[in-house]
Design a protein around this ligand. Structure first.
Ligand SMILES: [Cu+2]
Length: 144
């Protein structure tokens, strides 16, 4: 029996390890204006795994509720649309950025100069909690 289990482990473990998405986050930040105005959150996600990762949502105690949004300009009108999911390709990155994809923090309770934790939920990977640095109206000084 022990020999059978060992053989199974050899067969299964390498495949399971290489198939899993492995997502890390870099450079998370919020642009925060006023408590009455939703704050935009931005981050770069990197997937070192061999399988695409699917982000399905975000939450934060500093946001009330948080939503995945994309800013668009259609026929000269700026608008935002809800996004159901975002795919981070295998061995690829996905970048949230002002004027494009963002995490909309609906009721921000945060302070410029501190950080606010955001938990990212994936369809096929563990939750990832990321500290976002809070910047004011001028945004991130490096202009990410
Ligand atoms: Cu938005």
């Amino acid at each position: 029996m022990r020999r059978v289990l060992a053989a199974l482990a050899c067969l299964l473990l390498p495949a399971a390890a290489s198939a899993a998405p492995a997502v890390t986050a870099q450079g998370g930040w919020f642009r925060y204006l006023l408590p009455q105005i939703p704050a935009g959150g931005f981050v770069t996600l990197t997937n070192a795994g061999d399988t695409a990762a699917v982000l399905t949502g975000a939450s934060s105690p500093a946001c009330g509720s948080a939503m995945l949004h994309r800013s668009l300009n259609r026929s000269g009108m700026d608008m935002m649309i809800d996004v159901n999911s975002i795919t981070i390709p295998a061995h690829g990155t996905f970048r949230f950025a002002p004027g494009d994809y963002h995490i909309m923090c609906m009721k921000p309770r945060m302070t410029v100069g501190t950080t606010a934790d955001v938990t990212l939920r994936f369809r096929n990977a563990p939750d990832l909690t990321v500290p976002f640095t809070v910047y004011g109206a001028d945004g991130r000084p490096t202009g990410q």
